[in-house]
Design a protein around this ligand. Structure first.
Ligand code: ARG
Length: 461
């Protein structure tokens, strides 16, 4: 078991089957730069505590730099005999600085505290990339809203015509959850910025190493308060996977709108050629694959979260090897979002809206019936009666195959004497939308204010 991190107490080496099962380098190699950063910090702590002379520490740091370069340029790669990234990099360091010095680095640390720290560092780094990508999606939505500040579309509940709303209002409704996701990432970062390094296997270090120094060197806010918790808790990883899943869901809901809007029957939106795909058999096809992949990948992000939670459930303290299974799902969530979000932002930024069609369809399905009822209320009619009258008008128009705005004065009067011809004032979508000027409403002035608040909130994060 030459070069392994353990083996002295074993009479035989591991079986090939065990080696095959145990190996994690095919996914934890991505942590190599963080492992090396951890080793630099640890070497500094060893020197500060008197376990390394200054020149030994310097040779150690130089050796680690050499390893980092060789990992980056591919000179050093994991061998099939390496169990994990930690062992492989220790071997690489020993090859640089010799076994006498290289063998000193492992004092006072364990792969358990290492891995718990490195995963946090990796996720904190990628949380910044994901936040930046998310901001681009938000920017693209805001730009579309700004480009169409007064366009009116059919608003729906139950996917049925409900009330006219501003396109900008609807678009911004997709941006708010993403702003909250940005805030979730920020809040998570504060909890994640903790260093379990120095906790050892579980019980802490007896060597008097300074964990605060290590945390600082690694850019983490503080050392873990409890070495057992630090080495074996993964709620921070699960929380990250949740945020990733929530981002996926929020993007997926927007994607579903885009898919529907992009159908011939709706015809609200045209996707740019650069962000659409064709069919191998049907020459006419132009498909919204980015939106569909967004919808599909949200399932995968949810799967990563639930798989991880299932791994964690029922694990006794402290470290168990099951915990090695935390990485692939959360790494996959990171990669998925880092590929999805830029494509989605590009699709949103380049969508072209058919605002004329939206506005023609906005009053259909009697979507101004509430405005008729509200008009009656403003004239002193109790809402219960107003609702009845407006409903009766809808029925009268529907049976004649006409819209509310097509009703004659005679029809109004036949439905109810309360329906004076002046009711026509509210039978226009512009008036309907402008009248909803309460806080959070769809009136153009409110929606513009809302957009400013949205942009400010996103920039605060
Ligand atoms: N590769 C392991 C993980 O990802 C870390 C190694 C700890 N191994 C051990 N036998 N204690 O969690």
């Amino acid at each position: 078991n030459e070069g392994a991190l353990w083996g002295a107490r074993f009479a035989s080496g591991p079986s090939p089957e065990l080696v095959e099962l145990s190996r994690s380098t095919h996914f934890d190699w991505i942590l190599a730069p963080y492992d090396i950063a951890g080793s630099h910090a640890h070497a500094t702590a060893l020197e500060a505590a008197g376990y390394l002379e200054a020149d030994e520490a310097r040779r150690m740091h130089d050796g680690l730099d050499a390893v980092a370069r060789k990992v980056a340029d591919g000179t050093i790669v994991a061998q099939l005999t390496d169990e994990d990234v930690h062992g492989a990099l220790e071997q690489a360091l020993i090859a640089e600085v010799g076994g006498e010095l290289g063998g000193r680095l492992r004092a006072g640390r364990s792969r358990n505290d290492q891995i718990a720290t490195l995963v946090r560092m990796y996720l904190l780094d990628h949380s910044r990339t994901i936040a930046r990508d998310l901001l681009r999606v938000i920017d693209a939505i805001v730009a579309q809203a700004e480009a169409h500040p007064e366009a009116i579309m059919p608003g729906r509940t139950h996917l049925q015509s409900a009330q006219p709303v501003l396109l900008a209002h609807h678009l911004q409704a997709h941006a708010w959850p993403l702003v909250r996701d940005l805030e979730r990432l920020r809040d998570w970062s504060a909890r994640a910025s903790v260093s379990p390094y120095g906790g050892g296997a579980l019980a802490g270090s007896s060597l008097g190493l300074d964990p605060t120094l290590v945390a600082r060197e690694l850019g983490l806010a503080a050392p873990a308060e409890n070495s057992i918790d630090g080495t074996s808790a993964r709620d921070v990883v699960a929380e990250f996977a949740y945020i990733a899943a929530q981002i996926g869901i929020d993007i997926s809901r927007f994607a579903e709108d885009v898919i529907i809007w992009n159908t011939r029957e709706f015809g609200f939106v045209t996707l740019d050629d650069a962000f659409s795909t064709g069919s191998s058999i049907m020459p006419q096809k132009k498909n919204p694959d980015i939106a569909e992949l967004a919808r599909g990948k949200s399932g995968r992000l949810i799967g990563n979260l639930s798989g991880l939670l299932a791994t964690l459930k029922g694990l006794p303290l402290a470290y168990n090897r099951d915990l090695q299974e935390d990485k692939e799902p959360v790494f996959d969530s990171v990669t998925t979002l880092e590929v999805l979000l830029p494509a989605f932002a590009g699709m949103v930024a380049t969508m072209r809206f058919d605002t004329a069609r939206m506005s023609v369809l906005a009053p259909e399905g009697f979507s101004l019936a509430t405005d008729v009822a509200d008009w009656l209320v403003r004239r002193g009619v109790p809402f219960r009666d107003a609702h009845e009258v407006s409903g009766a008008l809808v029925q009268a128009c529907e049976s004649r195959g006409i819209g509310l705005e097509d009703a004659s004065d005679e029809l109004f009067a036949a439905v109810s004497p309360l329906l004076e011809p002046a009711v026509r004032d509210v039978l226009a979508i512009e008036g309907s939308v402008a009248s909803r000027a309460g806080v959070g409403g769809t009136a153009p002035v409110r929606v513009a204010e809302q957009r400013a608040a949205l942009v400010a909130r996103a920039q605060e994060v």
